[in-house]
Write a protein that binds this ligand. Structure first.
Ligand SMILES: [Zn+2]
Length: 100
């Protein structure tokens, strides 16, 4: 697990497990994945910490979408998540002390 990265995240009062793999991109062409039924987020740990944190933000948005009861379909959800990922990541980083 990359230094400082969480192994668990609380989302909507539920605990999601976060696991890290070294070669997810090479083997599955993915930076990360979210498996809502298992409350599991998978992150490729072979990239820089910035990329790992951004990917985790991306996957958390998928997790939030899956728990929102607002099913827009996989393609629309991916578009929404990609649109929000960078702006949310920037907002979180710029206000980190406030979130603690
Ligand atoms: Zn995605």
């Amino acid at each position: 697990m990359p230094r400082g990265c969480p192994s668990k995240i609380r989302i909507c009062d539920q605990t999601w497990k976060v696991t890290y793999f070294k070669n997810l991109i090479e083997e599955k062409q993915l930076y990360g994945a979210t498996i809502p039924d298992e409350r599991l987020i998978i992150i490729d740990a072979s990239k820089s910490l910035d990329v790992i944190q951004s990917t985790l933000t991306h996957e958390i948005l998928h997790a939030c979408a899956s728990m929102s009861n607002h099913d827009v379909g996989n393609e629309a959800q991916e578009g929404m998540v990609r649109a929000l990922e960078n702006t949310l990541f920037s907002a979180l980083r710029s206000n980190a002390p406030w979130w603690k």
